[in-house]
Design a protein around this ligand. Sequence first.
Ligand SMILES: Cc1cc2nc3c(=O)[nH]c(=O)nc-3n(C[C@H](O)[C@H](O)[C@H](O)COP(=O)(O)OP(=O)(O)OC[C@H]3O[C@@H](n4cnc5c(N)ncnc54)[C@H](O)[C@@H]3O)c2cc1C
Ligand code: FES
Length: 264
Amino acid sequence: MKCDRQTLPIAAIREENPSLRTFTFHGALDAQPGQFIMLTIYSQGEKPFSILDVDDNSFSMTIKNIGPFTSRLFEMQVGDLVSVRGPYGHAFSGNNDKVLMVGGGYATPPLRFLAKSLRETGVGKLVNINGARTSDDLLYVDDFSKLCDRSLVATDDGSLGTKGTSVDIMKNVLEEETFDQIYISGPEKMMSAAVAVAREHNIPFEVNLERYMKCGVGVCGSCVMDPNGFILCVEGPIVDQDALEGLEEFGVSHRGKTGAISPL
Ligand SMILES: Cc1cc2nc3c(=O)[nH]c(=O)nc-3n(C[C@H](O)[C@H](O)[C@H](O)COP(=O)(O)OP(=O)(O)OC[C@H]3O[C@@H](n4cnc5c(N)ncnc54)[C@H](O)[C@@H]3O)c2cc1C
Ligand code: FES
């Protein structure tokens, strides 16, 4: 089991919108797109976050203020100390032929990291679809348009791009173009709809799943998925179509902090 823990000052904080900030840390992190870190605030515990970007000596995460841990993080300033361990988990496969990325809401950071990595390794064709409720909720629109051959936007209210969801656009794109691989990251209901479309077109896909994670390294059992005991923090969070086939709770239910099952 790997536990590369680093105690680091916050190096930069960028506001993306009133409830979303990108936190950057100076430090080396040997991470692949789709992996996550466990972030500790000493008075508040430890939580998992996806990696948005990695450079030679820095890395960043985009974080939504949603509860006690993230509220405490939002009170912190540049220079305050946190602790990071990781990276953990199974990354995107990095197929770099003709690639379609389908993102929804605030789950797009791993796709932003993937787009940068695929561009650096010489992707054949890279098309991104970025969907959110409103234009204020869309992330990295400029970055995706720079990194991708084609970058499409959908909002539920039509405030930017096409009115509708990223899955609506995905259906249209797949009528016109073919792809070798689809990478999907968004709310689970959205990913479930995107998976059905990918299956119809018989294109290999991978999804980015989230479950309640306490240890991040396969010890505590909190992220284990029904019915086959898939350990998401180690075998995921990026899950391919073969592994997803066995996960009956995908798109249906999940376990919370206590292990109790709730509908999605
Ligand atoms: C692999 C992975 C990657 C993630 N990446 C990001 C990211 O890039 N940006 C981001 O803003 N959030 C991300 N999350 C979710 C993030 O961990 C939660 O938003 C955070 O833990 C909330 O803690 P809180 O105390 O502020 O809120 P709480 O009030 O404790 O929780 C609010 C909601 O956050 C989720 N949550 C809380 N604790 C956990 C936990 N230990 N594991 C998983 N989900 C939890 C639950 O859905 C809960 O209902 C990720 C989760 C996982 C599992
Ligand atoms: S979070 Fe502990 S086993 Fe996955």
